[in-house]
Design a protein around this ligand. Structure first.
Ligand code: C5P
Length: 194
């Protein structure tokens, strides 16, 4: 295999992105936040399958990709098999880049990179995740919590590529960890396998 692949999955605001960026920086790996692909498809509008097949660099550079509305809309179109199929090859090719690649999302260890050298399932109590995300967005905690729960349920219950840990994933619960502790744990796991 050309590169070392780190697959990071888990529900929203558990710390996946922070850990993925830290590992990428530390080891010089490429990083793809795959949620941005689904967000960009949702914001592009029109037929979701066509939007996914026609996704461009400009679609991925929009400044509104990280809004709460884009996240909700993304979780709706993410349940469509045609959308997921259209985004598969790009993600698989990204994952093989030397010297390594970190992808974070919902189905990286289960569907995109089942052969990943390291699979992490990053999770945390939903109330903790809501507090973190609310602080990040300057939003109301209760509102964020209900949106997270709705999105978690939709992601976990869909038929195609549902959110779940791969059988061989290491579960990293960040509820009581600082960012530094979570990152250190992940870095050690990469070093053990590299
Ligand atoms: O991680 P993020 O909040 O950006 O993801 C937005 C939505 O995109 C998720 O709620 C999920 O429905 C979808 N998604 C997915 N598979 C991925 C990444 C994101 O279905 N690999």
């Amino acid at each position: 295999r050309p590169g070392f692949c780190v697959a990071i999955d888990g529900p929203g605001a558990a710390g996946k992105g922070t850990i993925a960026r830290a590992i990428a920086g530390r080891f010089g790996f490429h990083h793809l936040d795959t949620g941005l692909l689904y967000r960009a498809v949702a914001l592009k509008g029109g037929d979701p399958g066509s939007a996914a097949r026609g996704l461009s660099a400009a679609d991925l550079a929009r400044t509104d990709l990280r809004s709460a509305e884009a996240g909700q809309a993304a979780s709706r179109i993410a349940a469509i098999p045609e959308v997921r199929a259209a985004l598969l090859d790009f993600q698989r090719r990204f994952a093989t880049q030397p010297p390594g690649a970190v992808l974070d999302g919902r189905d990286i260890g289960t569907v995109i990179c089942p052969e990943a050298e390291l699979k992490l399932y990053v999770t945390a109590a939903d109330t903790t995740r809501a507090e973190r995300r609310a602080a990040e967005l300057g939003a109301d905690v209760a509102e964020v919590l209900s949106q997270l729960r709705e999105r978690d349920a939709r992601d976990a219950e869909r038929a195609t590529a549902p959110l779940r840990p791969a059988e061989d994933a290491v579960i990293l619960d960040t509820t009581t960890l600082t960012i530094e502790q979570a990152v250190t744990t992940a870095v050690v796991l990469v070093e053990e396998r590299w």
